[in-house]
Design a protein around this ligand. Structure first.
Ligand code: 5GP
Length: 118
């Protein structure tokens, strides 16, 4: 990995350098439990190629974006929350609270959630 790759937490998890609770993996995507869950189910669906945010992923690799969303749906099924409901969320840049600049889709569920403003 290059020096900048070493700064990318998700690339280090994908490389096996940092452990994570992996719930699903494909050739192009990994899904891991969030280390600080904000709901009973809180999984991060991460493309193995780094894009900064969802807009960049959509522009540069729409098929990969579709795979990220598909895997989130599969994890929701395997977690048993597909019917009761779940939320998919991309934080983008600082006002939204993005802290890791390698795009990741939050899958949140397992309880009744409030409105979008909390
Ligand atoms: P963001 O705020 O960038 O949208 O989301 C980053 C998420 O990564 C946060 O929910 C945070 O709890 C999670 N996170 C930070 N460090 C780690 C880690 O080392 N392992 C895992 N599994 N999640 C992490």
């Amino acid at each position: 990995m290059s020096d900048s790759d070493m700064d990318d937490l998700f690339l280090r998890i994908i490389a096996g350098e940092i452990s994570a609770d992996v719930v699903r993996e494909t050739d192009r995507v990994i899904a891991i439990r969030d280390i600080n869950p904000q709901a009973p189910t809180h999984v991060l669906v991460v493309p193995k190629t780094r894009y900064r945010n969802a807009a960049e992923l959509a522009a540069k690799d729409p098929d990969l974006l579709a795979e990220v969303v598909r895997v989130a749906g599969e994890v929701a099924e395997s977690e048993g929350i597909a019917e009761s409901g779940y939320r998919l969320l991309f934080n983008t840049n600082s006002d939204a609270g993005q802290t890791i600049f390698h795009v990741h889709l939050h899958l949140l569920g397992g309880e009744r959630m409030g409105g979008l403003t909390g």
